[in-house]
Design a protein around this ligand. Sequence first.
Ligand code: CMC
Length: 394
Amino acid sequence: TGYVTLDSGYKNTGATRSAITFLDGEEGILRYRGYPIEQLAEKSSFIEVAYLLIYGALPTTAQLADFSNRITKHTLVHEDMRKIFDGFPTSTHPMAILSSLTCALTGFYPESLSPNQTPEEFDLNIVRLLAKISTIAAWTYKNSVGHPLNYPRNDLDYTSNFLYMMFSFPTEKYEINPVVVGALNKLLILHADHEQNCSTSTVRLVGSANASLYGSVSAGINALWGPLHGGSNQEVIEMLEAIEKDGGDTSKFIDKAKDKNNSFRLMGFGHRVYKNFDPRAKIIKKAADEVLHALGMQDSPLLKIAQELEQAALTDQYFVERKLYPNVDFYSGIIYKALGIPTEMFTVMFAMGRLPGWIAQWKEMRENKEPIGRPRQIYVGELERNYTAIGERA
Ligand code: CMC
Protein backbone atom coordinates (compact mmCIF):
# COMPACT_ATOMS: atom_id res chain seq x y z
CA THR A 1 0.00 0.00 0.00
CA GLY A 2 3.01 2.27 -0.14
CA TYR A 3 4.74 4.37 2.46
CA VAL A 4 2.58 6.47 4.77
CA THR A 5 3.98 9.41 6.76
CA LEU A 6 2.29 10.12 10.07
CA ASP A 7 1.51 13.78 10.68
CA SER A 8 -0.99 13.97 13.51
CA GLY A 9 -2.97 17.19 13.35
CA TYR A 10 -1.44 17.95 9.90
CA LYS A 11 1.25 20.10 11.50
CA ASN A 12 3.53 19.82 8.52
CA THR A 13 1.40 18.64 5.63
CA GLY A 14 0.49 20.92 2.74
CA ALA A 15 -2.91 19.74 1.55
CA THR A 16 -3.26 22.09 -1.41
CA ARG A 17 -1.77 24.88 -3.51
CA SER A 18 -3.64 28.09 -2.83
CA ALA A 19 -3.45 31.64 -4.19
CA ILE A 20 -5.81 33.18 -1.64
CA THR A 21 -4.10 33.91 1.69
CA PHE A 22 -0.42 34.23 2.53
CA LEU A 23 0.61 33.64 6.12
CA ASP A 24 4.09 33.75 7.65
CA GLY A 25 3.84 32.60 11.25
CA GLU A 26 7.43 33.46 12.18
CA GLU A 27 7.21 37.03 10.91
CA GLY A 28 3.55 37.62 11.82
CA ILE A 29 2.49 38.40 8.24
CA LEU A 30 -1.04 37.92 6.89
CA ARG A 31 -2.13 38.97 3.39
CA TYR A 32 -5.33 38.37 1.44
CA ARG A 33 -4.54 38.02 -2.28
CA GLY A 34 -1.29 39.89 -1.60
CA TYR A 35 -2.84 42.82 0.30
CA PRO A 36 -1.57 43.27 3.90
CA ILE A 37 -4.26 42.69 6.50
CA GLU A 38 -3.35 46.00 8.17
CA GLN A 39 -4.28 47.96 5.02
CA LEU A 40 -7.49 46.06 4.43
CA ALA A 41 -8.63 46.42 8.06
CA GLU A 42 -7.97 50.16 7.92
CA LYS A 43 -9.28 51.06 4.48
CA SER A 44 -11.64 48.43 3.11
CA SER A 45 -15.20 47.24 3.70
CA PHE A 46 -16.18 43.67 4.49
CA ILE A 47 -18.04 43.25 1.20
CA GLU A 48 -15.06 44.57 -0.76
CA VAL A 49 -12.80 42.07 1.04
CA ALA A 50 -15.31 39.30 0.32
CA TYR A 51 -15.12 40.19 -3.38
CA LEU A 52 -11.32 40.25 -3.24
CA LEU A 53 -11.10 36.82 -1.61
CA ILE A 54 -13.68 35.17 -3.85
CA TYR A 55 -12.78 36.69 -7.25
CA GLY A 56 -9.07 37.40 -6.70
CA ALA A 57 -8.89 41.18 -7.29
CA LEU A 58 -10.15 44.36 -5.68
CA PRO A 59 -13.41 45.37 -7.41
CA THR A 60 -13.91 48.49 -9.51
CA THR A 61 -16.64 50.88 -8.35
CA ALA A 62 -19.10 49.27 -10.77
CA GLN A 63 -18.17 45.72 -9.76
CA LEU A 64 -18.51 46.53 -6.06
CA ALA A 65 -21.88 48.22 -6.57
CA ASP A 66 -23.14 45.25 -8.58
CA PHE A 67 -21.87 42.71 -6.00
CA SER A 68 -23.39 44.66 -3.08
CA ASN A 69 -26.72 45.10 -4.87
CA ARG A 70 -26.93 41.43 -5.69
CA ILE A 71 -26.22 40.48 -2.08
CA THR A 72 -28.78 42.99 -0.80
CA LYS A 73 -31.40 41.58 -3.16
CA HIS A 74 -31.05 38.11 -1.62
CA THR A 75 -31.13 38.93 2.10
CA LEU A 76 -34.71 37.69 2.57
CA VAL A 77 -35.03 34.03 3.50
CA HIS A 78 -37.91 31.76 2.54
CA GLU A 79 -40.84 32.03 4.98
CA ASP A 80 -40.68 28.27 5.53
CA MET A 81 -37.19 28.75 6.94
CA ARG A 82 -38.71 30.94 9.63
CA LYS A 83 -40.81 27.99 10.68
CA ILE A 84 -37.71 25.86 11.23
CA PHE A 85 -36.72 28.25 14.02
CA ASP A 86 -39.90 27.33 15.91
CA GLY A 87 -38.72 23.73 16.18
CA PHE A 88 -35.52 24.54 18.07
CA PRO A 89 -35.70 24.76 21.86
CA THR A 90 -34.72 28.30 22.93
CA SER A 91 -31.73 26.74 24.71
CA THR A 92 -30.19 25.72 21.35
CA HIS A 93 -26.77 27.27 20.78
CA PRO A 94 -26.90 29.75 17.86
CA MET A 95 -24.06 27.87 16.11
CA ALA A 96 -26.23 24.73 15.96
CA ILE A 97 -29.04 26.72 14.35
CA LEU A 98 -26.65 28.45 11.97
CA SER A 99 -25.15 25.20 10.69
CA SER A 100 -28.55 23.49 10.45
CA LEU A 101 -30.14 26.33 8.50
CA THR A 102 -27.13 26.72 6.23
CA CYS A 103 -27.49 23.07 5.28
CA ALA A 104 -31.28 23.50 5.01
CA LEU A 105 -30.67 26.00 2.19
CA THR A 106 -30.04 22.96 -0.03
CA GLY A 107 -33.73 22.11 0.37
CA PHE A 108 -34.83 25.55 -0.80
CA TYR A 109 -32.31 25.68 -3.66
CA PRO A 110 -31.92 22.03 -4.75
CA GLU A 111 -30.02 23.11 -7.87
CA SER A 112 -27.16 24.00 -5.48
CA LEU A 113 -26.59 20.24 -5.05
CA SER A 114 -25.53 19.74 -8.66
CA PRO A 115 -21.77 19.36 -9.19
CA ASN A 116 -22.25 20.62 -12.76
CA GLN A 117 -23.51 24.16 -12.27
CA THR A 118 -22.79 26.88 -14.80
CA PRO A 119 -20.56 29.70 -13.47
CA GLU A 120 -23.69 31.93 -13.30
CA GLU A 121 -25.61 29.38 -11.22
CA PHE A 122 -22.66 28.87 -8.95
CA ASP A 123 -22.25 32.62 -8.52
CA LEU A 124 -25.88 32.93 -7.53
CA ASN A 125 -25.34 30.34 -4.79
CA ILE A 126 -22.39 32.34 -3.48
CA VAL A 127 -24.38 35.57 -3.38
CA ARG A 128 -27.34 33.85 -1.74
CA LEU A 129 -25.20 32.39 0.98
CA LEU A 130 -23.45 35.68 1.79
CA ALA A 131 -26.81 37.45 1.86
CA LYS A 132 -28.83 34.96 3.84
CA ILE A 133 -26.26 34.12 6.50
CA SER A 134 -26.60 37.56 8.09
CA THR A 135 -30.39 37.25 8.26
CA ILE A 136 -30.17 33.72 9.68
CA ALA A 137 -27.49 34.83 12.18
CA ALA A 138 -29.54 37.77 13.46
CA TRP A 139 -32.65 35.60 13.69
CA THR A 140 -30.88 32.95 15.79
CA TYR A 141 -30.37 35.66 18.40
CA LYS A 142 -33.87 37.14 18.16
CA ASN A 143 -35.30 33.63 18.41
CA SER A 144 -33.20 32.77 21.47
CA VAL A 145 -34.50 35.77 23.41
CA GLY A 146 -38.08 35.40 22.19
CA HIS A 147 -38.15 38.73 20.34
CA PRO A 148 -39.95 39.29 17.04
CA LEU A 149 -37.72 38.67 14.03
CA ASN A 150 -36.73 41.69 11.94
CA TYR A 151 -36.81 41.46 8.17
CA PRO A 152 -33.74 42.81 6.37
CA ARG A 153 -33.64 46.42 5.20
CA ASN A 154 -32.33 46.87 1.70
CA ASP A 155 -31.50 50.55 2.18
CA LEU A 156 -28.70 49.61 4.58
CA ASP A 157 -25.19 48.31 3.91
CA TYR A 158 -24.32 44.73 4.90
CA THR A 159 -22.98 45.48 8.39
CA SER A 160 -25.63 48.08 9.29
CA ASN A 161 -28.40 45.77 8.11
CA PHE A 162 -27.10 42.99 10.32
CA LEU A 163 -26.99 45.31 13.35
CA TYR A 164 -30.51 46.53 12.54
CA MET A 165 -31.84 42.95 12.38
CA MET A 166 -30.08 42.10 15.66
CA PHE A 167 -31.01 45.09 17.76
CA SER A 168 -34.07 46.82 16.37
CA PHE A 169 -37.51 46.54 18.00
CA PRO A 170 -40.82 47.36 16.36
CA THR A 171 -41.55 49.63 19.34
CA GLU A 172 -38.43 51.81 19.12
CA LYS A 173 -36.49 53.65 16.47
CA TYR A 174 -33.07 52.03 16.02
CA GLU A 175 -30.18 54.45 15.55
CA ILE A 176 -27.22 53.03 13.69
CA ASN A 177 -24.01 54.06 15.43
CA PRO A 178 -21.12 54.54 12.95
CA VAL A 179 -18.58 53.55 15.64
CA VAL A 180 -20.33 50.20 16.03
CA VAL A 181 -20.59 49.70 12.26
CA GLY A 182 -16.89 50.55 11.79
CA ALA A 183 -15.77 48.19 14.56
CA LEU A 184 -17.86 45.30 13.28
CA ASN A 185 -16.66 45.88 9.73
CA LYS A 186 -13.05 45.67 10.94
CA LEU A 187 -13.67 42.47 12.92
CA LEU A 188 -15.38 40.79 9.98
CA ILE A 189 -12.44 41.68 7.70
CA LEU A 190 -9.88 40.34 10.18
CA HIS A 191 -11.71 37.01 10.35
CA ALA A 192 -12.41 36.71 6.61
CA ASP A 193 -9.76 34.09 5.77
CA HIS A 194 -6.86 32.29 7.38
CA GLU A 195 -5.65 29.74 4.83
CA GLN A 196 -5.95 26.04 5.75
CA ASN A 197 -7.28 26.31 9.33
CA CYS A 198 -9.49 23.57 10.79
CA SER A 199 -12.86 24.85 9.51
CA THR A 200 -11.55 25.84 6.08
CA SER A 201 -9.87 22.46 5.64
CA THR A 202 -13.19 20.92 6.64
CA VAL A 203 -15.03 22.95 4.00
CA ARG A 204 -12.50 21.89 1.34
CA LEU A 205 -12.52 18.25 2.44
CA VAL A 206 -16.31 17.97 2.41
CA GLY A 207 -16.48 19.84 -0.90
CA SER A 208 -13.85 17.55 -2.41
CA ALA A 209 -16.44 14.76 -2.32
CA ASN A 210 -18.53 16.92 -4.71
CA ALA A 211 -20.80 17.86 -1.80
CA SER A 212 -22.67 21.16 -2.16
CA LEU A 213 -21.34 24.56 -1.11
CA TYR A 214 -24.08 24.91 1.52
CA GLY A 215 -23.41 21.44 2.95
CA SER A 216 -19.65 22.07 3.01
CA VAL A 217 -20.00 25.44 4.75
CA SER A 218 -22.44 23.92 7.24
CA ALA A 219 -19.71 21.39 8.16
CA GLY A 220 -17.19 24.25 8.45
CA ILE A 221 -19.49 26.06 10.86
CA ASN A 222 -19.48 23.01 13.14
CA ALA A 223 -15.69 22.81 13.03
CA LEU A 224 -15.43 26.51 13.87
CA TRP A 225 -17.72 26.02 16.86
CA GLY A 226 -15.04 23.96 18.67
CA PRO A 227 -13.47 25.79 21.65
CA LEU A 228 -9.94 25.25 20.31
CA HIS A 229 -10.95 27.06 17.11
CA GLY A 230 -13.57 29.84 16.73
CA GLY A 231 -15.41 28.82 19.88
CA SER A 232 -12.53 30.26 21.87
CA ASN A 233 -13.86 33.83 21.50
CA GLN A 234 -16.82 32.88 23.68
CA GLU A 235 -14.50 31.03 26.07
CA VAL A 236 -12.20 34.06 26.42
CA ILE A 237 -14.95 36.33 27.67
CA GLU A 238 -16.28 33.61 29.98
CA MET A 239 -12.75 33.22 31.36
CA LEU A 240 -12.39 36.99 31.89
CA GLU A 241 -15.77 37.07 33.63
CA ALA A 242 -14.74 34.13 35.82
CA ILE A 243 -11.55 36.01 36.80
CA GLU A 244 -13.59 39.11 37.63
CA LYS A 245 -16.04 37.09 39.70
CA ASP A 246 -13.15 35.46 41.51
CA GLY A 247 -11.81 38.84 42.64
CA GLY A 248 -9.64 39.75 39.64
CA ASP A 249 -6.44 37.85 40.54
CA THR A 250 -4.98 36.95 37.13
CA SER A 251 -1.97 35.08 38.54
CA LYS A 252 -4.20 32.27 39.83
CA PHE A 253 -5.44 31.63 36.29
CA ILE A 254 -1.95 31.86 34.83
CA ASP A 255 -0.83 29.17 37.29
CA LYS A 256 -3.82 27.02 36.40
CA ALA A 257 -3.00 27.30 32.67
CA LYS A 258 0.59 26.20 33.36
CA ASP A 259 -0.44 23.22 35.48
CA LYS A 260 -0.06 20.10 33.33
CA ASN A 261 -2.50 18.21 35.59
CA ASN A 262 -5.19 20.72 34.77
CA SER A 263 -6.83 20.80 31.36
CA PHE A 264 -7.47 24.56 31.65
CA ARG A 265 -5.78 26.66 28.94
CA LEU A 266 -5.46 30.38 28.72
CA MET A 267 -8.12 30.96 26.10
CA GLY A 268 -7.20 33.37 23.31
CA PHE A 269 -3.52 32.47 23.73
CA GLY A 270 -1.34 30.40 21.43
CA HIS A 271 -1.62 29.55 17.77
CA ARG A 272 -0.61 26.64 15.59
CA VAL A 273 1.09 28.89 13.05
CA TYR A 274 1.93 32.22 14.69
CA LYS A 275 5.01 31.82 16.84
CA ASN A 276 5.91 35.48 17.23
CA PHE A 277 2.66 37.42 17.24
CA ASP A 278 -0.74 37.26 15.55
CA PRO A 279 -1.01 40.37 13.35
CA ARG A 280 -4.79 40.31 13.73
CA ALA A 281 -4.46 40.47 17.53
CA LYS A 282 -2.35 43.63 17.25
CA ILE A 283 -5.06 45.37 15.19
CA ILE A 284 -7.86 44.12 17.42
CA LYS A 285 -6.15 45.21 20.62
CA LYS A 286 -5.87 48.77 19.29
CA ALA A 287 -9.44 48.66 17.99
CA ALA A 288 -10.73 47.46 21.40
CA ASP A 289 -9.12 50.47 23.04
CA GLU A 290 -10.54 52.88 20.46
CA VAL A 291 -14.05 51.39 20.43
CA LEU A 292 -14.36 51.35 24.20
CA HIS A 293 -13.21 54.96 24.37
CA ALA A 294 -15.62 56.02 21.61
CA LEU A 295 -18.49 54.30 23.41
CA GLY A 296 -17.48 55.74 26.80
CA MET A 297 -16.69 52.28 28.18
CA GLN A 298 -12.95 52.72 28.69
CA ASP A 299 -13.29 51.69 32.35
CA SER A 300 -14.51 48.21 31.43
CA PRO A 301 -13.21 45.85 34.13
CA LEU A 302 -12.93 43.05 31.56
CA LEU A 303 -10.59 45.13 29.39
CA LYS A 304 -8.42 45.81 32.43
CA ILE A 305 -8.30 42.12 33.34
CA ALA A 306 -7.46 41.18 29.73
CA GLN A 307 -4.59 43.70 29.67
CA GLU A 308 -3.24 42.43 32.98
CA LEU A 309 -3.55 38.83 31.89
CA GLU A 310 -1.76 39.51 28.62
CA GLN A 311 1.04 41.37 30.37
CA ALA A 312 1.47 38.60 32.95
CA ALA A 313 1.54 35.86 30.32
CA LEU A 314 3.93 37.69 28.01
CA THR A 315 6.49 37.94 30.81
CA ASP A 316 6.00 34.42 32.15
CA GLN A 317 8.66 31.87 31.24
CA TYR A 318 6.09 29.14 30.46
CA PHE A 319 4.38 31.24 27.79
CA VAL A 320 7.63 32.79 26.48
CA GLU A 321 9.32 29.37 26.05
CA ARG A 322 6.35 27.98 24.16
CA LYS A 323 5.95 31.12 22.05
CA LEU A 324 2.38 31.65 23.18
CA TYR A 325 0.96 35.07 22.27
CA PRO A 326 -2.54 36.53 22.25
CA ASN A 327 -4.42 35.41 19.14
CA VAL A 328 -7.28 37.01 17.19
CA ASP A 329 -9.83 35.88 19.76
CA PHE A 330 -8.22 37.43 22.84
CA TYR A 331 -9.60 40.96 22.39
CA SER A 332 -12.39 40.36 19.84
CA GLY A 333 -14.89 39.32 22.53
CA ILE A 334 -14.32 42.55 24.44
CA ILE A 335 -15.29 44.51 21.35
CA TYR A 336 -18.31 42.29 20.62
CA LYS A 337 -19.46 42.74 24.21
CA ALA A 338 -19.05 46.52 23.98
CA LEU A 339 -21.15 46.47 20.79
CA GLY A 340 -23.92 44.71 22.73
CA ILE A 341 -23.50 41.34 21.03
CA PRO A 342 -24.35 38.53 23.45
CA THR A 343 -21.61 36.05 24.34
CA GLU A 344 -23.36 33.08 22.72
CA MET A 345 -23.30 34.96 19.41
CA PHE A 346 -19.53 35.55 19.33
CA THR A 347 -18.71 32.46 17.31
CA VAL A 348 -21.59 33.23 14.95
CA MET A 349 -19.89 36.58 14.30
CA PHE A 350 -16.68 34.70 13.52
CA ALA A 351 -18.61 32.45 11.09
CA MET A 352 -20.11 35.46 9.30
CA GLY A 353 -16.62 36.91 8.96
CA ARG A 354 -15.05 33.63 7.78
CA LEU A 355 -17.75 32.92 5.18
CA PRO A 356 -16.04 34.70 2.23
CA GLY A 357 -12.87 32.72 2.99
CA TRP A 358 -14.74 29.41 3.05
CA ILE A 359 -16.44 30.29 -0.23
CA ALA A 360 -13.18 31.38 -1.89
CA GLN A 361 -11.38 28.23 -0.75
CA TRP A 362 -14.22 25.93 -1.86
CA LYS A 363 -14.34 27.66 -5.26
CA GLU A 364 -10.57 27.39 -5.68
CA MET A 365 -10.64 23.70 -4.76
CA ARG A 366 -13.32 23.04 -7.40
CA GLU A 367 -11.66 25.18 -10.07
CA ASN A 368 -8.36 23.37 -9.47
CA LYS A 369 -10.26 20.08 -9.91
CA GLU A 370 -8.68 18.74 -6.73
CA PRO A 371 -9.17 15.04 -6.01
CA ILE A 372 -11.30 13.81 -3.13
CA GLY A 373 -9.51 14.33 0.20
CA ARG A 374 -8.69 11.01 1.76
CA PRO A 375 -5.92 10.87 4.37
CA ARG A 376 -4.20 7.56 5.13
CA GLN A 377 -3.45 6.07 8.56
CA ILE A 378 -0.94 3.92 10.36
CA TYR A 379 -2.91 0.94 11.60
CA VAL A 380 -2.04 -0.08 15.17
CA GLY A 381 -4.88 -2.54 15.92
CA GLU A 382 -5.08 -6.37 16.05
CA LEU A 383 -3.69 -8.09 12.98
CA GLU A 384 -6.10 -10.98 12.44
CA ARG A 385 -8.39 -12.93 14.78
CA ASN A 386 -10.90 -15.75 14.31
CA TYR A 387 -14.52 -15.09 15.19
CA THR A 388 -15.64 -16.87 18.38
CA ALA A 389 -19.25 -17.69 19.22
CA ILE A 390 -20.72 -15.44 21.94
CA GLY A 391 -20.92 -18.27 24.53
CA GLU A 392 -17.25 -19.10 24.10
CA ARG A 393 -15.85 -15.61 24.81
CA ALA A 394 -13.95 -14.98 28.02
N1 CMC B 1 -2.60 27.91 27.60
C1 CMC B 1 -1.68 27.13 28.21
N2 CMC B 1 -0.80 26.32 27.56
C2 CMC B 1 -0.89 26.31 26.22
C3 CMC B 1 -1.81 27.09 25.51
C4 CMC B 1 -2.69 27.91 26.26
N3 CMC B 1 -3.60 28.67 25.65
N4 CMC B 1 -1.67 26.86 24.19
C5 CMC B 1 -0.68 25.97 24.05
N5 CMC B 1 -0.20 25.63 25.29
C6 CMC B 1 0.93 24.74 25.57
C7 CMC B 1 0.56 23.28 25.39
O1 CMC B 1 0.06 22.73 26.60
C8 CMC B 1 1.86 22.68 24.95
O2 CMC B 1 2.68 22.58 26.09
P1 CMC B 1 3.76 21.37 26.21
O3 CMC B 1 4.74 21.59 25.11
O4 CMC B 1 4.33 21.51 27.57
O5 CMC B 1 2.97 20.09 26.04
C9 CMC B 1 2.48 23.77 24.07
O6 CMC B 1 1.92 25.00 24.58
C10 CMC B 1 2.17 23.64 22.59
O7 CMC B 1 0.74 23.58 22.45
P2 CMC B 1 -0.03 22.66 21.42
O8 CMC B 1 -1.40 22.37 21.94
O9 CMC B 1 0.83 21.50 21.02
O10 CMC B 1 -0.12 23.64 20.17
P3 CMC B 1 -1.10 23.49 18.96
O11 CMC B 1 -0.47 24.18 17.83
O12 CMC B 1 -1.53 22.08 18.77
O13 CMC B 1 -2.42 24.30 19.46
C11 CMC B 1 -3.97 26.01 19.92
C12 CMC B 1 -2.73 25.61 19.11
C13 CMC B 1 -4.48 27.34 19.37
C14 CMC B 1 -5.09 24.97 19.76
C15 CMC B 1 -3.57 26.15 21.41
O14 CMC B 1 -2.58 27.15 21.56
C16 CMC B 1 -4.77 26.45 22.32
O15 CMC B 1 -5.44 25.52 22.76
N6 CMC B 1 -5.07 27.75 22.62
C17 CMC B 1 -6.23 28.11 23.37
C18 CMC B 1 -7.46 28.11 22.49
C19 CMC B 1 -7.50 29.27 21.52
O16 CMC B 1 -7.27 30.41 21.90
N7 CMC B 1 -7.85 28.97 20.25
C20 CMC B 1 -7.99 29.99 19.21
C21 CMC B 1 -6.95 29.88 18.15
S1 CMC B 1 -6.89 31.33 17.07
C22 CMC B 1 -8.41 31.43 16.27
C23 CMC B 1 -8.86 30.19 15.59
O17 CMC B 1 -8.10 29.42 15.02
O18 CMC B 1 -10.06 29.96 15.61
